[in-house]
Design a protein around this ligand. Structure first.
Ligand code: TRP
Ligand code: ZN
Length: 880
């Protein structure tokens, strides 16, 4: 491999491009082994920048010809760049024609033009377009595209690109062509083409504004019956963006295409979104409720990018959160609005916060910590992170909190009015929201608020409460501090909106409000109370911070029973559980759950008015990764053992209640993935798992038998998979025959086989048995490390999602990890670098794991020819 030791890129070094590219006319002769690309551009010098050479980015291209205004010209190479020095002077546009070839069939990185299942796909974000043709591959260069595709008609009957189809026909010799014109200027990272044997579901819609549009979802023949949900999600997305933000669809035709070889979730190419099949294909037989809901989110996400990302794009890649944070916020709001009533909205909010706290908080506390708007990178692909996406969304959410929902909608309107067609910065976004809301707290606090973009690390807010009976006054003293992160020792106070409420002894709300913490320490005073209230702080998780609050068990139990804020009600239960887990982990290692905790859980489970989905969240113990974050030194096996023990005790102590909950919730009639019935399935699934766990303790065979029966008879994948998982996590003998049967039933369903691999790699470790199983599954005929979904389902499920099994004292898990990182790096560096991050938090590990992990990382770091992607991750992991 020939990655080269590229240099670090700094945000502060941004310079406007020396040239503009106004139009691009691309002609592709598609051939898997050798595709010819003719690229005709209109280029002109940028009058605002001193005259200089034109340096075009390229990567793994074969250059055949360069013409300027139709004439041959001199050029040279600087590394991967094509440098043109003798260009026409003055500021008139000139023609630049570049002819190259590339080899899509050998493109295993899945960036640029590649082949998957005999079809062609592209992925250009962030820097993949340079693997298709020489170009100014940066988002602030926006051009109008005309694209002609030529290919064998039999093998590639469908030829797609961005925009509108303006011409098509036969070329003779068995080949045909299609010509596409995109009416919108765009950065090259939004370019896309697709060619292959595909079929589509289509739907005509009329928008509120009275415009007609054609929506299409393209998949492989045979998958058409799995596209209804994606289409419905797309229709809902179009309607939602128009209703909530007055943002209409600006295209006559909007296409989604699914591919099974894809590095991430999906990509928002203008008018031609390309998706991982995982986020398109769903039928009740093959997809779980979670899959259905992820599809809704991702379809929404990519569609919403059409405005937040495409109409207004990023000036440079440091501004990535401008589009990603905003678009995640938008897709979260979309899913909440579709969920409907308050409880279902809260469930979605809790799920989002869970992702933030189990994935982003650790990132923010580890060697890859970076601000929402990073200052530097070696490989931009490494910065498509939970910080840029999820924390970025929280920052947008806080803006909405500070200006109100209507104010935020005004802000969005101003943002798009001001910047439509431009490539802008995160600062421009915050400025627009503030400017649309004069006098708002955001506008007044804008300068300190911007620290959310520049400071890495999770702020810690400490709350100390005091009750003055004499005056009837309740006070909360807040202090904040943010621990240092790599390259950022000093932190300034953040602007932290803290939604709060006070409950009286009977659970009635006696006060509530929004306190905006701006200083290192500040006091909230609530007068006029008759008795000491129970405080409910950071309601709805109103800021992405760690709230340190020494609540008593009584206070937490009261919140769990009464809080009118469902988020904090759930949070109280989590705090009670974490407290018990930590006491055991830091103490004897033995946990014995007290009756008050168990009774509180029973009351939630049996509650007459709470929704099943909410109950399922409360009854699910905090993840091992979340518990581990609260510890200075982590022994993952000990964390696992304690959590398992807590789960067993909940299973046994509540066995009748679980049985009752199962009977109440397991019948749901005809399948529909709506929040109510999916919540009931989730609770029934959790109940069944606990019943199988309890049965294993008591050597009972009734519930395992029932689980196996349900596994066989289920009419949908959610129930079937939950039953299978119940057998697997409880270590029942029936797990093996069930797994074998499951494989037999779904041997032709790639996405279901991913679940099959993932379930086994993520199973609780029994005497170190998971790693040998994973090694064996690597040899399975259905395993293929070159397919990212399959690699993730086996390797990542073990290394990143199964801490109790991965962190072995004998270091065998780390050796396996290092081998796979290096193996993957030669195939697909982007995927390899994600896997490399599984050991991010090695410094927190207890010995002997800590030293073993460091050694494993050092072994990878010492390999010559590492990609920039992996090199950046392992270098940062080892840096002091
Ligand atoms: N912009 C895409 C999204 O939000 C994600 C993306 C970035 C991506 N780079 C990619 C997808 C590379 C696939 C491959 O949702
Ligand atoms: Zn996105």
């Amino acid at each position: 491999m020939r990655e080269g030791q590229n240099a670090v890129i700094y945000r502060a070094d941004y310079q406007a491009p020396a040239y503009w590219i106004d139009t691009v006319d691309l002609c592709f002769d598609l051939d898997p082994a050798k595709t010819r690309v003719l690229n005709k551009m209109k280029v002109r010098r940028n009058p605002d920048v001193p005259a200089q050479a034109l340096k075009l980015d390229g990567d793994e291209l074969n250059l055949a010809r360069v013409l300027v205004n139709g004439q041959g010209t001199s050029f040279k190479m600087e590394g991967d760049r094509l440098v043109l020095e003798n260009l026409p002077e003055g500021h008139e546009p000139f023609d630049l024609e570049i002819f190259t070839t590339c080899a899509p069939a050998r493109n295993s990185k899945l960036m640029g033009l590649y082949v998957s299942n005999e079809s062609f796909f592209t992925q250009c974000e962030a820097e993949g377009f340079r693997r298709i043709t020489y170009f100014l591959d940066r988002p602030d260069v926006m051009a109008s595209y005309t694209v002609t595709l030529r290919a064998d008609k039999q093998k590639y009957p469908v030829l797609l690109s961005n925009g509108n189809l303006v011409d098509q026909g036969d070329l003779g010799d068995g080949r045909h062509f299609a010509k596409w014109v995109d009416p919108h200027r765009k950065p090259c990272y939004l370019f896309a083409l697709v060619a292959g044997q595909l079929v589509c579901r289509e739907q005509k819609i009329r928008s509120r504004g009275g415009k007609d549009h054609l929506l299409q979802v393209y998949v492989r023949p045979g998958d058409l019956d799995k596209t209804e949900h994606a289409m419905n999600s797309l229709i809902a997305s179009v309607a939602w963006d128009e209703a909530r933000f007055k943002l209409p669809l600006d295209l006559e035709r909007f296409m989604i295409v699914a591919t099974s070889d894809f590095n991430m979730g999906a990509m928002e190419n203008k008018g031609l979104n390309i998706f991982n099949t995982k986020y398109v294909l769903a039928s009740q037989a093959t997809a779980t409720d979670t899959d259905f809901s992820n599809i809704e989110s991702v379809v929404g996400h990519e569609y919403f990018h059409n405005w937040s990302g495409n109409r207004v794009t990023c000036r440079d890649w440091f501004q990535l959160s401008l589009k990603e944070g905003l678009t995640v916020f938008r897709d979260q709001e979309f899913s909440q609005d579709l969920a409907g009533e308050a409880s279902a909205r809260a469930v979605k909010r809790i799920e989002d916060v869970r992702v933030l706290r189990t994935a982003q908080f650790p990132e923010d506390a580890g060697p890859m910590a970076h601000p929402v708007r990073p200052e530097q990178y070696l490989e931009i692909n490494n910065f498509y992170t939970v910080t840029v996406y999820e924390k970025g969304a929280e920052v947008v959410r806080m803006m909405q909190t500070l200006v109100g929902r209507e104010g935020f909608e005004r802000g969005i309107t101003l943002y798009f009015q001001r910047h439509d067609g431009q490539a802008v910065t995160c600062d421009d976004f915050a400025q627009a929201i503030a400017d649309a809301n004069p006098g708002s707290q955001l506008q007044q606090l804008l300068e300190p608020f911007r620290r959310w973009y520049s400071q890495a690390g999770t702020p810690r807010v400490h709350a100390r409460t005091q009750w003055d009976a004499a005056s009837g006054t309740y006070t909360v003293d807040f202090t904040q501090h943010c621990p240092p992160t790599p390259g950022q020792a000093e932190k300034q106070p953040s602007v932290i909106p803290i939604a709060w409420g006070l409950l009286d002894a009977s659970g009635r709300e006696v006060g509530q409000g929004m306190f905006v913490l701006t200083e290192a320490s500040q006091r909230l005073t609530v007068p006029g109370l008759t008795a000491e209230p129970v405080p409910s702080l950071l309601r709805g998780f109103s800021a992405p911070v760690i709230l340190e609050w020494d609540a008593s068990d009584e206070q937490l139990l009261a919140l769990l029973e009464h809080d009118t804020d469902p988020f904090n009600r759930w949070e109280a239960g989590q705090r009670l559980a974490v407290r018990r887990a930590l006491a055991a982990i830091e103490g004897s290692g033995v946990v014995e759950l007290d009756t008050s905790f168990i009774e509180a859980m029973r009351n939630i489970l049996r509650h007459p008015n709470l929704d099943a989905a909410f109950k399922e969240l409360v009854l699910t113990l905090p993840a091992e990764a979340y518990i581990a974050e609260q510890l200075e030194v982590v022994d993952p096996q000990r964390v696992h053992a304690v959590r398992e023990s807590m789960r067993e005790q909940l299973a046994t102590a509540l066995v009748d209640d679980w049985a009752w909950a199962y009977e109440q919730n397991h019948e749901n009639g005809a399948y529909s993935p709506d929040p109510v019935s999916s919540g009931r399935r989730a609770l029934a699934g959790l109940a069944l798992a606990h019943l199988c766990i309890a049965a294993r303790k008591s050597n009972d065979t009734v519930w395992p038998g029932k689980a196996y029966q349900r596994f066989k008879d289920a009419s949908n994948m959610t129930d079937r998979f939950n039953a299978l998982a119940a057998l697997v996590v409880s270590g029942q003998d029936l797990a093996r025959p069930a797994l074998d049967k499951f494989h037999g039933m779904f041997r032709d369903e790639a996405l279901v086989l991913d679940k099959w691999f993932s379930l086994q790699a993520g199973a609780p470790d029994r005497g170190g048995n998971v790693l040998p199983i994973v090694r064996q599954l690597m040899q399975h005929p259905d395993f293929n490390i070159r397919n990212p979904n399959r690699a993730r389902s086996l390797i990542f499920s073990y290394c990143s999602a199964n801490p109790g099994a991965f962190h072995r004292p004998d270091a065998a898990g780390y050796v396996f990890w290092g081998d796979r990182v290096m193996e993957l790096d030669a195939i697909n560096p982007q995927v390899a670098a994600r896997l490399a991050r599984a050991l991010d938090r090695w410094r927190k590990l207890a010995e002997p794991m800590r030293s073993a992990a460091r050694e494993a990382i050092a072994r990878v770091a010492g390999k010559p020819d590492l990609s920039n992607d992996v090199r950046e991750v392992v270098t940062r992991a080892l840096a002091d």
